[in-house]
Design a protein around this ligand. Sequence first.
Ligand code: AOF
Ligand code: ZN
Length: 349
Amino acid sequence: MSDRFMLRALELATLGRGHVSPNPMVGCVITHGAEGGERIIGEGWHQRYGEAHAERNAILSVRPEEAHLLPESTVYVTLEPCSHYGKQPPCADLLIDRCVGRVVCCNDDPNPLVAGQGFQKLRTAGIAVETGVLREQGRELNARFFTFFEQQRPYILLKWAESADGYIAGIEVRTVKISGDLSHRLVHRWRTEEDAIMVGTNTARLDNPRLNVRLVPGRNPTRIVIDKQLKLAGSLNLFDNSQPTLGYNYLKTETLGQTTYIQLQPDKPFLNQLLDDLYGRRIQSVLVEGGTTLINSLLEAGLWDEMRVFRSPMVLDEGVKAPVVRGRLVSREQVGVDELTVYKNSPGN
Ligand code: AOF
Ligand code: ZN
């Protein structure tokens, strides 16, 4: 079987990036005709959280004069059609109702509300199902969604900028801007793509970041700060009430305006408790923007999935040493004056 239509479905799915979380990105292509002579009669993707799923949009796109072709159609959908009533009715029911011929998928839905029951419904209705087509691409596309359900924690991205000689910050002038304007803009786009951004205590205090999206259009993530002893000043930008902030600490649980303080237990690992709490809040991904203490603790605990490192041409001579990169190199590209390298955490790293 040619992968052409599934590749198209995967491409359509990406159009939902930044708009569908905590739902997965899903694309769907409906074809008619025998293998070799297949022709696309419908296409759709999940466009926005809470709105129609990919399969429904694809069915709706079929021209009325071609609707009679559905019993001889193949539905290529990147994820198992859902079987439950959520914000949307079950896609499996819709496909059964429209009598589609065959369903081909990349992945089973790890959401326990679905988890095989979508396929079960289709098979019971006599619809042939094939899964595992372009499985790796499907998992890669929704790495956040799969990590969330399989590991019961958010997908963790570590991001930093380092000087040509490997420093993440200066000593005298700490907040020296290491990466260039284009990199800065790219980071703002990344912020729109993740559910949350996290920083450690020193970064919150010394850099006073706003951690919102300003340079590109898109949604603001939830802000997360670690402040174990509640030493951070309320006047910091993170506590400006412009968007939600979660403050993890050992002292209190309380909500003040847009800031929610969450108390963790001192006798258990802090980061594990924090990630468990984020899981409970259905936060599927966290972009960690520093500093080195937090990044190194996550690295040591093996609690990371992806690392994005900007290396600027600037030489600092002295400063705070950047974390040591590790993992599997997946890409290297030039972003303005900086070089961006991306690593992923493969088993064993
Ligand atoms: C599909 N097709 O395009 C998507 C699916 O609250 P709801 O109704 O939007 O359901 C969300 C869940 O449905 C989500 O967690 C995931 O399991 C599945 N997403 N399923 O058949 C789609 N986006
Ligand atoms: Zn669905």
